[in-house]
Design a protein around this ligand. Structure first.
Ligand SMILES: [Zn+2]
Length: 115
């Protein structure tokens, strides 16, 4: 199954992927750091609907990247669980087993007998 994400959704994913950008400040409010790193936007939920104070949301009135970021961050555990089969077969480099320790010749110091 493939799904296409809109540009705003991808930007929201980008916010989630960079980490530590979303802070839940109450049951219904989230602080999302701006991608420029300067300042943040408030995302609010009310009656199951999100709103954001950014210019994009104010202008278009649809989910902006900040709202998608909050949604993705909520869904992430479920998304990972749903795709856990894919993850185990994904062509990511597997964690390498530690190399066997080199067999070293242990040379014992010869016993010296003192009389
Ligand atoms: Zn926004």
């Amino acid at each position: 199954m493939t799904s296409r994400y809109s540009r705003r959704q991808l930007r929201g994913l980008g916010i989630v992927a960079t980490g530590r950008r979303i802070t839940r400040t109450s049951d219904s409010t989230f602080q999302v750091k701006s991608q420029s790193g300067v300042g943040f936007y408030w995302v609010r939920t009310h009656a199951g609907k999100f709103s954001c104070e950014c210019a994009d949301y104010q202008k278009v009135g649809k989910h902006c990247k900040h709202i998608f970021a909050v949604e993705f961050s909520h869904k992430l555990p479920a998304i990972l669980e749903m795709n856990s089969g894919a993850l185990s077969t994904a062509p990511y480099p597997q964690v390498e087993r530690p190399l066997p320790r080199p067999r070293m010749k242990v040379t014992r110091p010869s016993l010296v007998k003192y009389d």
